[in-house]
Design a protein around this ligand. Sequence first.
Ligand code: 13P
Length: 256
Amino acid sequence: MQSMNKPIVVANWKMNPQSLAEAKRLFDSVGKGLKDIKNTEVVICPPFIYLPLLNNGGRTSIKLGAQDVFWEKKGAFTGEISSKMLKDLGCQYVIIGHSERRRYFNETDEVVNKKLKTALATKLNPILCIGETQQERKKGKTKEILKRQLTNALEKISDFRLHTSDFVIAYEPIWAIGTGKACSPAEAKRAGDFIRSTVSNIYNQKFAENLSILYGGSVNSQNAKPYIFEADFQGLLIGGASLKAKEFIKIVKSVS
Ligand code: 13P
């Protein structure tokens, strides 16, 4: 079972860079370096506040994504951002359930489920993040955790609703995030295959076969290729390395 979708490379800038000028510079450099890339979907997810200033109305092929979204439509929710606001700014994707949100902001599977439903209702393509901690991995609980995260996140969401968006899952083992210790392609493949078969059980085989699953966790230009060409992932989710234009461009080119 392997999806033939064109690869998708997503930059998650997290809480970086520290000024608008730097954000613009980074965005422009990446746009220039990748202007001839056609067979790869490139998505940049900057902090919310930079989104309107990086929206260049499609002058480059780079798509914009957000790092989070609130589940309510509008109203008295101080500090939150709605999916309609994101759409209005030209966002096409949104990362949901990143492990840093789960860890620092107590996002539960239930919250992730609500956010997914909101994104789908507004046709914002969700990038659902799942992954195990080092402790869970050592106890041999990786599959159990992935299955729980998937089942709860997708509860009462039909494959029809997922189909009408470009729904993407990102496998991000928490122990590999920002540590420089990327998960080996072989181990990542086992998790990716398990995710696909779990999705197949929840929905059906055809849906699972067409699903894009990304790998994330300490990806750089030296280690990127095997995840796509050996481990059956359809893309990558990049943190630290996406903040260096040259490095990010190299990664995209290496999988294109
Ligand atoms: P790093 O690439 O810095 O390990 O971060 C991965 C990540 O969390 C992307 O969402």
